[in-house]
Design a binder for this molecule. Structure first.
Ligand code: FES
Length: 100
């Protein structure tokens, strides 16, 4: 199954891509050659966070330990363990990108 993901990158570029539900949001964004920051790839460090504006994600029983309460309340999700459940809109901003 495929879902649409519309992402903005530092409030500028906006793209919509199709993501198979079996891969994570981070894997899909890396396939787009976006310089996403990543480290643990298991929801522990929080470095891969993106803001979920619309839609729903599924962590598939994994726990987003890398997010604090403030980030959770603000709608941040961890892209390395998140699978799209439906069409989503996300914002990727400076803290989650690596400068080349
Ligand atoms: S890479 Fe560590 S939480 Fe996603």
């Amino acid at each position: 199954m495929m879902n649409q993901c519309t992402y903005s990158f530092n409030d500028s570029v906006q793209e919509t891509i199709s993501i198979p539900s079996k891969i994570t949001l981070l894997e899909a964004l890396l396939e787009q050659k976006l310089p996403m920051r990543k480290a643990c790839i298991n929801g522990a460090c929080g470095i891969c966070l993106v803001k979920l504006i619309r839609g729903n994600i599924d962590y598939k029983n994994r726990i987003p330990r890398g997010l604090n309460n403030k980030e959770l309340q603000a709608g941040y999700i961890l892209s390395c363990i998140a699978h799209c459940k439906n069409d989503v809109v996300i914002q990727i901003s400076s803290p989650s990108i690596t400068r080349k």
